[in-house]
Design a protein around this ligand. Structure first.
Ligand code: C2E
Ligand code: MG
Ligand code: MG
Ligand code: MG
Length: 290
């Protein structure tokens, strides 16, 4: 019996590996087709000032709009794109589309000071990045000060002098740097004194935890967020809470001193056209602009 179990186990393992390999190959093919046939879109999610809830900026979130399967969420696509290095081409498309969307929204809504945050993977920090970004913002008439470069600990963990130089160059150009998913990594605090960061985005797991049923978890989470916020402000960083879904979360975070928030309570990530309709409140404005 033992032998048979072992064999079955091995068989299952092989099948799972095969499924995984097939799935990855399929996603890779979708990425390639998406690049060639223009399936990638830059959805935008507004980021609001917790004091008054006005829109301060937008985060660009990549979507692959497959003609048969519809919108594919980014997590799986990004991990395959990173492993196959296609993330550089995907990222260039997203930069172009997101900045074009910002220009269009600003033109129609008159929000000329709103900013645009773009997510970057480690591989995207190649020497050509600053010039490429400069060319895109220049073409769309967007001031570089309106661009926020979102990086994660994964970018900093490389501790690669070349990446550091490129990030510094982007900052000299006028862009701000946001540290995304703060608090989920292993040593987030140790990066703050070694890397120029302007914005801290507190991960949505913290936003969930401040209302956790367990008193101890809830209180400690609140203390952690308050501590991070105080520390960030002392270092001249602004703080954004991610994933705000309820009024209670919003109220608590505002009371704790957070500056900005992002989440389904305010706005979902949307296609730029839908967002413009919502912001301007009329179909005709969208038609006029396109
Ligand atoms: P992220 O940068 O931390 O983005 C925030 C994620 O939270 C987004 O997931 C957003 O849709 C989701 N979200 C926003 N509000 C809420 C809320 O109230 N509740 C919940 N449950 N979720 C909320 P999304 O769009 O699936 O993106 C996942 C991740 O993929 C992003 O996390 C980012 O790390 C990465 N990503 C997205 N677009 C790009 C891109 O263009 N380039 C790169 N390199 N990475 C990207
Ligand atoms: Mg982000
Ligand atoms: Mg995040
Ligand atoms: Mg996240």
């Amino acid at each position: 019996a033992k032998k048979r179990d072992g064999k079955n186990g091995a068989q299952l393992f092989d099948n799972a590996m095969l499924d995984r390999a097939r799935r990855r190959a399929e996603i890779e093919a979708n990425i390639e087709a998406g690049l060639v046939d223009n399936w990638f879109e830059a959805f935008l999610q507004p980021i609001v000032n917790l004091n008054g809830r006005g829109i301060a900026g937008f985060e660009a979130l990549m979507r692959l709009n497959h003609p048969q399967k519809g919108l594919m969420p980014p997590a799986e696509i990004i991990s395959v794109a990173e492993e196959t290095a296609k993330i550089v081409r995907v990222g260039n498309v997203i930069m172009e589309k997101a900045i074009a969307n910002l220009a269009k929204i600003s033109r129609i809504s008159g929000m000329q000071d709103s900013y645009l945050a773009i997510n970057f993977s480690p591989l995207q920090f190649e020497p050509a990045l600053p010039a490429r970004l400069a060319a895109i913002v220049g073409r769309h008439g967007i001031r570089p000060e309106r661009i926020v470069v979102e990086i994660t600990e994964a970018v900093l963990m490389h501790d690669n002098p070349e990446i550091r130089m490129i990030v510094t160059e982007l900052r000299r150009f006028g862009c701000r740097i946001a540290l995304d998913d703060f608090g989920t990594g292993y040593s987030s605090l140790s990066y703050l004194n070694r890397f120029p960061v302007d914005i801290i985005k507190i991960d949505q797991s913290f936003t969930r935890a401040i209302n956790d049923g367990d008193d101890d978890v809830r209180q400690k989470s609140r203390m952690l967020i308050e501590g991070i916020t105080t520390l960030s402000h002392k270092m001249n960083c602004t703080v954004i809470a991610e994933g705000i879904e309820t009024e209670e979360e919003c109220r608590t975070l505002h009371q704790m001193g957070l500056d900005y928030g992002q989440g389904y309570l305010f706005h979902r990530p949307q296609h730029a056209t839908a967002l413009i309709e919502q912001l301007v409140g009329s179909q005709s404005a969208v038609a006029r602009a396109s």
